[in-house]
Design a protein around this ligand. Structure first.
Ligand code: 6PG
Length: 243
């Protein structure tokens, strides 16, 4: 299925568009299936979205008791250290909304990556009653090297086709290197995958991901088999693609 590409004028409009879509998907999922499972992304881009979701008019439209929060990836650092994807979401969103604590499905980033990956895999399988996860929404970011979640170029985790979760190693900026990530098996089974990309530093890799010839960039391998794929870009991130 072709990707839907939506270009918004600036980071603020990007976050509002993502928030509107989050609300619509949450209401639809809760109404028809009784729960809304979403995997949040990390990095700096989604912070604005998370803050908006905790504010009106979005906050009151979301059936928080039916929302189940997961993560697309997490950084493995000792407990209490800042800079985890959970801490970003907690500060901007989770601590500000009435989502039940038992609906927050953490990656145990305080464990060694392999152990944390196994524990998170069991958590996901437990929620989906087996090894076939179908998240209602997976939010993803895009790294300047084409990585998404913690699926980095050349990473063995990219080849995982069965397990839902893998341990991974990342060398990216000054960010923690030990990671746990959803695999393509999990991501490509989602009902909706939503990339959120902002800023001119991402323009070249956005062009490569959407228009390039090679198929090896991790972000290019995100192709939901029976779900929708949407790229929300701000104008700076989109400036090199044909519109
Ligand atoms: C992480 C991520 C990662 C992130 C991209 C984009 O743990 O760092 O989840 O995949 O989404 O690196 O990060 P920015 O939004 O900061 O550019």
């Amino acid at each position: 299925m072709d990707a839907e590409i939506v270009i918004l004028p600036d980071p603020d409009a990007l976050a509002h568009e993502a928030a509107r879509r989050f609300v619509a998907l949450a209401r639809e999922a809760a109404g028809s299936r009784g729960r809304f499972s979403v995997a949040l992304s990390g990095g700096s881009t989604p912070g604005r979205l998370y803050r908006l979701l905790a504010e009106e008019p979005y906050r009151d439209q979301i059936p928080w008791e039916d929302v189940h929060l997961f993560w697309g990836d997490e950084r493995c650092v000792p407990e209490g250290e800042a800079d985890t994807n959970f801490s970003l979401a907690d500060e901007a969103l989770i601590s500000r909304v009435p989502v039940p604590p038992e609906n927050v499905h953490l990656v145990r980033g305080d464990l060694a990556p392999e152990r944390a990956a196994r524990a998170y895999d069991l958590e996901v399988q437990d929620f989906f009653c087996g090894p076939h996860a179908r998240f209602d929404l997976i939010l993803l970011g895009l790294g300047e090297d084409g990585h998404t979640a913690s699926l980095f170029p050349g990473s063995p985790a990219l080849a995982e086709r069965k397990r839902l979760v893998a341990a991974a190693t990342a060398e990216y900026k000054d960010r923690p290197t030990q990671r746990v990530t959803l695999t393509l098996a999990a991501i490509n089974s989602a009902r909706q995958v939503l990339f959120l990309v902002s800023g001119s530093a991402k323009a070249a890799i956005v062009q490569a991901a959407l228009e390039g010839a090679g198929k090896d960039l991790p972000a290019r391998q995100v192709q939901p088999v029976a779900g929708r794929l949407t790229w929300l870009l701000d104008a700076e991130a989109a400036r090199l693609i044909a519109t």
